[in-house]
Structures are given as structure tokens and as C-alpha cells.
Design a protein. Sequence first.
Length: 135
Amino acid sequence: TAATEQDSKASAYVTLQATPLISLDARTQWQAGNAEFAAANGAAEKSAVILAPKIDHSFALGDGKTISPFVTYKREFDMSTGAGGLTAPERSAGAGITYKDSDAYTLSVTTDVDAATSTAPQSVNSKFKLSVPIN
């Protein structure tokens, strides 16, 4: 059997609330991987700066329940390629909705559309997230 190869990923994240409706998510990300990762990304390591302004608004439904639709626009600058990564960021736009029952769970559904780049075709990504508190 082949030996297990590992990937490593680290990131720092901050959210700035500019107004009650607008926030900015900013994070840095560093990733290193095995030979398969290097072949797919063209480098053994990848580092990026990601900026994603988000517009959302919460609506109270009563009994501690809220629903929050949102839209976001993300730009990812690949710093592994040097200054060239600053001029050609990866871009995506997304929308979603979060339903929160403060006593029981939070349910979030999002969909993002990534713009086509020279190395990747346009793609659509969706995420379903269920958070349940442990009391």
C-alpha cells in the first residue's frame, strides 16, 4: 500500500462590520500539499489574500427565530505567483439564506458562481450547513 500523504492549511480571518447591512470578510490562507496538490496547483505551496464584502439583513420571525438573506462578492489574490496574482484575482459572486432558531439550530444554504480564469472554467458551488448547539 502507498504511504499516506498529507496536506496542510492555515488561515487567519477577520470580519469588519462597516454598517448594519454591510460587512467585509478578510482572510489570508496558506496551503501546502503533496505531489497531487502540487500537480493541480503548479506549486507545492499556495498563499492567498481573500476579500469578500457581504450585504445581509436579518428579519425576526418571532419566538427567537430569524431569517437572513445575503449576497457577497469575493476576490481571491494568489500571492504564490508574485505580483501577477494582484492583477488577476479569482472572482466569485454568491447569495444565500440563513435560518436561525436560537434554541435549536442554524441552517444556512449558499450558492457561489466562480468566474472563468485562464486555468479554470466557470463553476457553480453550493454549500449546506447545519449547526446544532451542544448544551
